[in-house]
Design a protein. Sequence first.
Length: 115
Amino acid sequence: MYYLLVIFAVFIAACAQLLLKKGAQIQYDNIIRQYLNVWVISGYAIMFAAMIINIFAMSRGVQVKEVSIIESLSYLFVPILSYIFFKETLSIKKIIAIAIIIAGIIIFFTPMPTF
């Protein structure tokens, strides 16, 4: 259950990265508005929420090493979301790299046989 919370935190952090990109794409008349607009503030607020969720999950028994491995799912979420919302390309190299990352996560969480 708490592992699903960590995965959710990774997903919303990936969404926050998209909000930050959206905010960076808009040109404002001064530097204060460039960094203090609704997109940037929302992105950082969601990142903060993801951090709180991670802390909660770790306080309930999810280990730091497991959280750091699960957070590599952002390498899956961000390219897919950026493809959907920003029409960024997903090259075959990126797809292969994502598959390798997912394989690594599966290997990490697969129990080793005991002899």
